[in-house]
Design a protein around this ligand. Structure first.
Ligand SMILES: Nc1nc2c(ncn2[C@@H]2O[C@H](COP(=O)(O)OP(=O)(O)OP(=O)(O)O)[C@@H](O)[C@H]2O)c(=O)[nH]1
Ligand SMILES: [Mg+2]
Length: 460
């Protein structure tokens, strides 16, 4: 259940460490304006406690004199991020002035904020729900435009709205079931084909559709990892560079060029994907190369997709097959990429090609076939969820997915036993409602709330 509404005033540096044009110390709580007032001198003699203005120019001072020249931004409750009185002191961006101003606010009655505490207050004060609070973090961390837009849509309440629509139908059902408990002479079995029953069945469908977005939601938020593997000299680093559109990795005609892992992030239809170039797999004598190959094997085992490259301009060797089997044995979706088709436009695929999830013919050096390869990767990553429209709301977190699953299971149980005694039905409906409430934060256990907000940075 929700914790009590806070009554103290918190402060933190809200901008990242390091030097910048400006830096911000943020205060929130009932004493925010009074604390700012006690350390601020307006250049035009204005009093931020009584003046109706919102932005004030002046100086932060302590007993030894001027600390910094600042702009003070006053936002009165409830029209602020936290819905409390908030003051943002815009100072010069650097550890010196910001630390000094923060210390002054603490000396004057503020308490140092915990990570995510400003957002937690917005939640506790009812300005945003848990989905929206989590979307704030997703926004900050978004690495692609699609991820940013999905988070922005969640922050505006699309997912919350879907959840509330489900809860409304379930709350109706609960009222009906409970009235059947109170007035047992009105039989429930007659209700099987009625409007409410149809609504419940439809709601169950919609809940399942939403659950199906969990996979895409995780990918948008966390990204995917794609590793490139194959024997030395088949063109792994060339493909890495081609997909990055940057000459990042060293390419030479000498086998065993790449020894370490190289990682860069590319975007596949809005999904951030960490692409890894690895050392060519072979029995190496050289110690550095041998270690590189070990590292490569570990990277392959942890990838979401492996791109297994062969040289399409050279005869396929037993060595290729051995390495292919090694990759296939990992049980990860794998694409057989036949490279160097500029030298051999119609390569004969090896007999074991169809054991791969997909095949792509490319020329890494000439950038041929890359678009098709990227489309294949996008399809493999998203699967059936490829058609998901993020603006209808996405499940992006494990705890949201688990709660939605519980809500679905309880509703399925209720519908399976629709003619059972109303006492039984009410247990299932309540459980489904509670599970939905955990997504929006209404019934979320304290430890999950703490975990959510502690993953934020201080000052957010
Ligand atoms: N013609 C042609 N040559 C290519 C192509 N891709 C790579 N090469 C050449 O193949 C050689 C090896 O390329 P790399 O990208 O270094 O191969 P690698 O698999 O990373 O090799 P290692 O790091 O040694 O395992 C270089 O001489 C490249 O120029 C291609 O599509 N067509
Ligand atoms: Mg290489």
């Amino acid at each position: 259940m929700k914790a009590t509404i806070p009554d103290d005033t918190i402060a933190a540096i809200a901008t990242p460490p390091g030097e910048g044009g400006i830096g911000i110390v943020r205060l929130s709580g009932p004493a925010a304006i009074a604390i700012a007032h006690s350390i601020f001198v307006s250049s035009r003699g204005r009093d931020i406690q009584t003046d109706p203005g919102r932005v004030f120019h002046g100086e932060i001072r302590d007993e030894r004199g001027v600390v910094d020249e600042v702009l003070v931004h006053v936002m009165r409750a409830p029209h602020s991020y936290t819905a409390e009185d908030v003051v943002e002191i815009n100072a010069h961006g650097g550890a010196g002035p910001l630390r000094a101003i923060l210390e002054l606010t603490l000396a004057n009655g503020a308490r140092l904020a915990q990570p995510g505490e400003f957002t937690k207050r917005a939640f506790l004060n009812g300005r945003i729900d848990l989905v929206q609070a989590e979307a704030v973090l997703d926004r900050i961390r978004a690495r692609t435009d699609a991820a940013l837009r999905a988070a922005a849509s969640a922050a505006q309440g699309t997912l919350s709205k879907s959840i509330h629509q489900f809860s409304d139908v379930l709350a109706d059902a609960l009222a009906r079931v409970e009235s059947a408990i109170d007035f047992p002479e009105e039989d429930l079995p007659e209700l099987v084909d009625d409007v409410l029953h149809r609504q419940l069945v439809q709601t169950l469908d919609e809940m399942r559709e939403l659950l199906a977005t969990a996979h895409a939601g995780r990918l948008y938020r966390e990204g995917a990892s794609i590793a490139i593997a194959g024997r030395p000299n088949v063109g792994k680093s060339s493909l890495f560079n081609a997909l990055l559109r940057d000459a990042r990795a060293i390419v030479t005609a000498q086998p065993g060029t790449t020894r370490d892992l190289l990682e860069e992030v590319i975007t596949l239809g809005g999904i951030p994907a960490r692409l890894t170039d690895t050392a060519g797999l072979r029995a190496a004598d050289d110690e550095v190369e041998r270690i590189g190959i070990e590292v490569a094997r570990r990277a392959l085992a942890n990838a979401d997709i492996v791109l297994f490259l062969i040289d399409g301009a050279a005869p396929v060797t037993p060595e290729d097959e051995d390495r292919a089997r090694e990759v296939l044995a990992l049980g990860i979706p794998s694409v057989l990429v036949v490279n160097k088709i500029d030298l051999n436009p119609a390569p004969q695929p090896p007999a074991w090609a169809n054991e791969f999830t997909a095949i792509a013919n490319v020329s890494a050096a000439q950038s041929i076939g890359l678009k098709e390869l990227e489309d294949t990767l996008h399809r493999l990553l998203l699967g059936d969820a490829g058609t998901v429209a993020p603006d209808r709301g996405l499940i992006t977190r494990v705890h949201q997915r688990d709660s939605l699953r519980r809500a679905i299971t309880a509703l399925e149980r209720m519908l399976d036993n629709y003619t059972a005694s109303p006492e039984f039905l009410s247990i299932d409906v309540r459980e489904s409602l509670d599970a939905l409430g955990e997504i929006t934060g209404e019934t979320t256990p304290e430890d999950i709330l703490d975990r959510v907000f502690s993953s934020f940075c201080i000052g957010k």
